[in-house]
Design a protein around this ligand. Structure first.
Ligand code: XBP
Ligand code: MG
Length: 235
């Protein structure tokens, strides 16, 4: 097997966006809309088991608040406000890529390995993060950016990874995925893709028995270790 593409998850994997990015933006949006909710750091960790911002709001309303104050249209509006705040946070440059990501991206390019993204988050969040961290036009480095509502069923369903493979025109065994969470791992593995997990503070205690390897950071990972981990010896 020859490694042809590295597929990155975004939130928690390429960057630690959740606690000081998405969470802050949700709270600012609740405030703007006069909704008396606040997601603290611990509560947000629990809510991360639901992927997708709109889905997370819906879940919180149903299981933590216990009524349906917000209808579907209001949830969409609230989420759009959250996205506006999140984009401002990204543009301020406060959110950086995790150490080692830039190096892996550069190495992959030098070695002719393609790059792609498979994420639950909204598409504009991805391009804005890439532009604010890797420079203007950085999204062109990625052959496929599969994001958000492009599929109906978000992670842990395999849909976003299957969609990414279709867009790439590659087989699952020609790719490797990087994920940070157990729902992300489940999604990639269900699409048949070997997956390396790099945990963060929110995900370090989750279950990763289906991963090819589990790391706490990207510092020890390079394209050669990736190939070895997934058994891609024909380079
Ligand atoms: C992580 C998520 C996202 C973000 C919020 O997805 O669950 O939902 O928290 O993004 P991944 P939106 O790790 O797959 O990137 O509010 O734009 O949905
Ligand atoms: Mg993630």
């Amino acid at each position: 097997m020859n490694l042809k593409c590295i597929i990155f998850d975004i939130d928690g994997t390429m960057a630690n966006t959740e606690r000081d990015g998405h969470r802050v933006a949700f709270n600012l949006a609740f405030n703007d809309k006069n909704i008396n909710w606040h997601w603290d750091k611990n509560l947000y960790g629990e809510l991360l088991k639901i992927a997708g911002g709109k889905e997370r709001i819906e879940y919180y309303q149903e299981y933590f608040i216990g009524n349906n104050t917000l209808n579907e249209r209001q949830i969409i509006e609230l989420h759009a406000t959250k996205t506006k705040h999140y984009l401002k946070l990204l543009q301020s440059g406060k959110i950086k890529l995790r150490n080692g990501i830039k190096r892996i991206v550069n190495q992959a390019q030098k070695n002719g390995i393609r790059l792609a993204i498979a994420t639950t988050t909204t598409a504009i969040n991805v391009t804005t993060l890439l532009n604010s961290t890797l420079g203007n036009g950085a999204e062109k480095v990625f052959d496929v950016i599969a994001a958000g509502d492009v599929v109906v069923n978000k992670k842990p369903a395999p849909d976003i990874y299957k969609y990414t493979l279709t867009c790439l025109g590659l087989k699952a065994e020609e790719c490797v995925a990087f994920e940070d969470s157990s729902i992300g791992l489940t999604s990639a593995v269900a699409a048949g893709i070997k997956t390396i997990v790099v945990t963060n503070l929110y995900t370090k205690r989750q279950e990763f028995s289906n991963a090819e390897a589990v790391y706490t950071n990207f510092c020890d990972i390079n394209t050669m270790t990736i190939k070895q981990l997934i058994g891609a010896y024909h380079v």
